[in-house]
Design a protein around this ligand. Structure first.
Ligand SMILES: [Zn+2]
Length: 124
């Protein structure tokens, strides 16, 4: 517990990283994996959510039965909608985390704006 303010690199944080070639501190994180992961995760999550909404739609329809035929229709639609939205949000979050891991471990995630050199986390 001697490091209560452990540092995490985020999108907005100015990284104290220097270019391994010209030692310029003007470095930007590309985060390509994170961005790509979020997009893919959102799309996949939405698809999975909609697929999973067969359950949600059924639950909604079952609740709607009490309100009659219109209730079944409305309940099914709401169930499908919620499944898609929740799936997209969860998928985007997971995708961003996976992409972040890829950024940190596999890609040359840093770009020197002074000399144009790109380098990975371990190259500093
Ligand atoms: Zn440089």
């Amino acid at each position: 517990m001697h490091q209560p303010n452990q540092e995490f690199v985020t999108d907005r944080e100015v990284t104290p990283i220097k270019c391994p070639l010209c030692e310029s501190p003007h470095i930007e994180a590309l985060n390509l994996g994170r961005k790509t992961g979020r997009v893919i995760g959102t799309a996949t999550g939405a698809a999975a959510g909609v697929a999973g909404t067969i359950g949600g739609a059924e639950t909604g329809a079952a609740i709607g039965v009490v309100a009659g035929p219109l209730g079944v229709l409305a309940g099914g639609l709401i169930g499908a909608l919620i499944g898609g939205v929740v799936g997209a949000a969860a998928g985007g979050s997971v995708g961003a985390n996976v992409g972040s891991y890829v950024d940190d471990t596999l890609l040359e995630n840093y770009h020197c704006t002074t000399c144009g050199h790109t380098f990975g986390k371990d190259a500093q």
